[in-house]
Every structure is written in structure tokens, then in C-alpha cells.
Design a protein around this ligand. Structure first.
Ligand SMILES: C=C1C[C@]23C[C@@]1(O)CC[C@H]2[C@@]12CC[C@H](O)[C@@](C)(C(=O)O1)[C@H]2[C@@H]3C(=O)O
Ligand SMILES: O=C(O)CCC(=O)C(=O)O
Length: 275
């Protein structure tokens, strides 16, 4: 039996449910070390606004450490997690996402990618071990940043936009408003059985930034919208990253398409970074 708090009961009617669409196998896979990577990235951006990246150079150790720290944090008692919230805009959030009143079956940490800001907030996220949590985040984010500079330079080259660093320099800018989330989509089997559908964790949206880099533990849950409007499930992958084109990248070239996506999965812990 599920007993919901008063707060949970009020929000539940607002949280959408959907039927996942599994079985799609057409997500482009780009090997970053391939000589054809640039051209393939541009094709994927044109057709899907989304692709999977392999041989990306981010050490698996950074990904696992971050995932372990995320799981530890979300396993804390609610009262302890609440000490790191509400997000203003950074910090711990639960069900309420963003400033527009959106809600979802999700809890998350939203952080800046700036190392000083990360260290500051870590004392409220992990008062016992702020350095351990902080170094897991800083190592992961800085390694993903380096990979993303390279991805953007390859896309610029593939599109023949000059100079090569026209996109990556926006990320390197100290004033960049890039952000990092660790999302947790808690299990809710009883409620889903009640509705006969899965609850949506992070509703349909596009990302306003240039690019988002997503990673999740090996769990289904992410869906993207194809050009024809069909929503398809992205098969999960423990080792790879998924790149999603944001609204701002689309402004650089009419050839590129942005993408709607949503995330609904129970049990999923994901760590997207958006620039
Ligand atoms: C529901 C929402 C959360 C979000 C703003 C939005 O209305 C749609 C985009 C969301 C997103 C995704 C990438 C980043 O995590 C984020 C901070 C952003 O800029 O756009 C979030 C927004 C948010 O959490 O406020
Ligand atoms: O948790 C995820 O993988 C999706 C998150 C997401 O859509 C976002 O941060 O924009």
C-alpha cells in the first residue's frame, strides 16, 4: 500500500502517465574516434537532433563514482535531502521542476557547472563528506566538458562554420550558464498499477541550451520525438553518452533540428549536463 503525504496527494493528479514505446533501434551511434565522426554527427543532428556517443574518452570511473554518490544522496531520509533545497535555482528539488509550475515523478539536484559553486553547495548536499561528493561532481563535469568542446568543434567543422571554436567558446566562457542535474526517478509500482501506465518523471520539453549531454544507469526511460511526431524509447546504455541538440544550437544552422524529449522511468538515475 502507498501512503502519500498531503503534499504528494495534491500533486499526483498533475503528474502525467504514459505508455512507453519500446523497440526502436534507429538511434545513430557515433564513434568519436572515427574519421567519419564529423559528417555522421551532422547527419544525426539533421535527422534526429539526437545521437549516442561511444569512444568518448570520459573515464568510466568518473561515471560510476558520480552514480554511486547520486544513489547515496537520494537514499538519505527526506528530511536530510530537504536541507539541500529548495532549488534557488540550484539545490535539491522534488516533483516541482523549473519555474513554470511543471511537476513530475522526479527528485533531482540541479547544480551549476562552475567548480567554486559546486564546492559551496556540497556542504549542504553532503555535510559529512562534502569533498567526496564535490570531487565526484567536479571530475565528472570537467571531463564531460572537455568531451563536449570536442563534439561542438566537430559539429562546427561538419557544418563548415568558421572558426572551428565558434560553438565551443560559448561553453568555455566563464559567464556560461551551463548546468548539471542528477535526476532520480523513484519507483512507484503501486501507483502505476493503479493507473495502468507509468508516471512521467520529466515531462515533454526541449532544452533551451546549445547542447545537453545525458547519461543514465542501465535503465529504460528516455523517449525522443522523431520528425514525424512519433515518440520512441531510447535503448539504455551504461557506458555511452547521449547528445541532445538544444534550441540555441538550432539557431546556428537551419540544417539542425532540436528535439523534444521526455523521461518517465522508475529507478532511473541520470546525470545530464546542459550548455
Ligand atoms: C520543465 C522545465 C525544466 C527546465 C525548464 C523547463 O520548462 C523546460 C526545460 C528544462 C531545462 C532542461 C535543461 C536544464 O536542466 C534546465 C535547467 C534548463 O535550462 O532547461 C531545465 C529547466 C529547469 O529545471 O528549470
Ligand atoms: O533524466 C534524463 O535523462 C532527462 C533529463 C532531461 O530531460 C533534462 O535534464 O533536460
Amino acid at each position: 500500500m502507498v501512503v502519500l503525504s498531503q503534499n504528494g496527494r495534491q500533486q499526483l493528479p498533475l503528474i502525467k502517465a504514459c505508455k512507453p514505446n519500446y523497440g526502436f533501434t534507429g538511434i545513430p551511434v557515433i564513434d568519436m574516434t572515427s574519421p567519419h565522426a564529423k559528417a555522421h554527427m551532422v547527419e544525426a543532428c539533421e535527422e534526429f537532433g539526437f545521437f549516442k556517443l561511444v569512444n568518448h574518452g570520459v573515464p568510466m570511473e568518473f561515471m560510476s563514482r558520480l552514480e554511486d554518490e547520486g544513489i547515496k544522496f537520494f537514499s538519505l531520509p527526506q528530511s536530510e535531502k530537504d536541507l539541500a533545497g529548495p532549488p534557488q535555482p540550484f539545490g535539491y528539488g522534488n516533483r516541482r521542476i523549473g519555474p513554470n509550475g511543471d511537476v513530475g515523478w522526479i527528485e533531482y539536484l540541479l547544480l551549476s557547472t562552475n567548480p567554486d559553486s559546486i564546492s559551496q553547495i556540497c556542504s549542504s548536499i553532503s555535510p559529512e563528506n562534502p569533498e567526496i561528493f564535490g570531487s565526484a561532481v567536479v571530475d565528472y563535469v570537467s571531463s564531460v566538458k572537455n568531451m563536449t568542446y570536442e563534439v561542438l568543434e566537430m559539429i562546427a567543422e561538419g557544418l563548415n562554420i568558421e572558426p572551428r571554436n565558434v560553438l565551443s567558446r560559448l561553453l568555455k566562457d566563464e559567464e556560461s550558464d551551463s548546468c548539471f542535474r542528477v535526476n532520480h526517478y523513484p519507483p512507484c509500482p503501486e501507483l502505476e498499477a493503479l493507473r495502468g501506465r507509468v508516471l512521467v518523471g520529466f515531462g515533454e520539453h526541449t532544452d533551451p541550451q546549445i547542447i545537453s549531454v545525458l547519461r543514465s544507469n542501465n535503465t529504460n526511460g528516455l523517449e525522443i520525438c522523431l520528425k514525424d511526431g512519433t515518440w520512441v524509447s531510447v535503448p539504455p546504455d551504461q557506458d555511452s553518452f547521449f547528445i541532445n541538440v538544444g534550441d540555441s544550437l538550432q539557431n546556428f544552422s537551419p540544417r539542425i533540428q532540436t528535439n523534444g524529449f521526455l523521461c518517465f522511468s522508475p529507478y532511473l538515475v541520470s546525470s545530464p549536463v546542459s550548455w
